[in-house]
Design a protein around this ligand. Sequence first.
Ligand code: PLP
Length: 370
Amino acid sequence: MSDREWILLNPGPANTSREVREALVTPDLCHREPEFFEVMRDCRERLVRLAEGGDGFAAVLFTGSGTAAVEAAVSSAVPADGGLLIVDNGVYGDRLRRIARAHGIHAHALAYDAITPARPDDVRAALRADRRLSHVAVVHHETTTGLLNPVAEIARVAAAEGRRVLVDAMSSLFGEPLDITQDGIDFVMASANKCLQGVPGISFVLARRQALDAFRATPARSVYLDLGSHYTTQEQDNTPFTPAVQVLHAMRQALRELEKEGVGERIARYAENATVLRRGMAALGFEILVPDGARSSILTTFKLLPGIAYDPLHDAMKRRGYIIYAGQGDIRKYAFRVSNMGTLTRADMQGVVEAFAASLAELRGAGAAR
Ligand SMILES: Cc1ncc(COP(=O)(O)O)c(C=O)c1O
């Protein structure tokens, strides 16, 4: 287990390298000095480069968890006379609805159950039915279950209908392929502590500059989460508020490591991790909740086995150094989640499977002895 105390199988914060954690220890630094702005600019440029956004995109950083970036994008993008079509097939789709409601944004939700990806035809029909819906918001990877939504097809439909798209790619950016420059997509939200393999505290929006420039004409709905003012100040090597200085240093190290590994290679490593996990878990009798074809390579929701409740399984795994993650909402009663993001390797995933086998043997032995 090298320098790790726990193998984190929750979908972020994920395991990081020692160098990322060490980068947190920087000399005390004023956030309005050029030394800080150099780090900020470096991070913003690396994000755009790694996401292959090109000159048309900018990264805007927020000090706050992932929801800060999502709320900033939604509350800033949709104009007062516009509206938001929300794809909802899990907790994070529902969060988009709550954000829209909190900001008084006209919204319509396309609701699916937690294992059904959105259908682009439904998006088209909903946009045709309500001309006021100027934007579409969709979660790329529903971390509730490990479900992937067809973002590329949805963006294509939205663009054809003259609408713009916001993609919550919190738990998928740099872990699943995503063309952020695709026509239709204006905003992609993610955070430092998931597939980027940094530490929590900073989230960001990768945004089309054209869309950001358009904000100048619209009044802000929020003071702290005003995407337009953060963009304008960050472009001038400044910041409207006090950022998480140390977290940004760790993020720069995480970005350097991603550059070194390569985005394609990281995506391939996660896919291999998922394959090793799923094969091993199938041999232990676990079934996957999400149908084949709609699964990400980042997180798997497994159905609980008869006679094995989640809490004892969690505790048995934790005693072995592995942190598994409960299902969200009702799913908690019959399934649990295992993520394979972070610095984990194929060998780590084999270790995960062995730990599950040992935990099951322990729990069944305890059951038999009763
Ligand atoms: C898809 C998705 N969106 C948004 C969030 C919210 O992020 P945070 O908890 O960092 O605010 C998460 C967190 O797991 C997520 O998976």
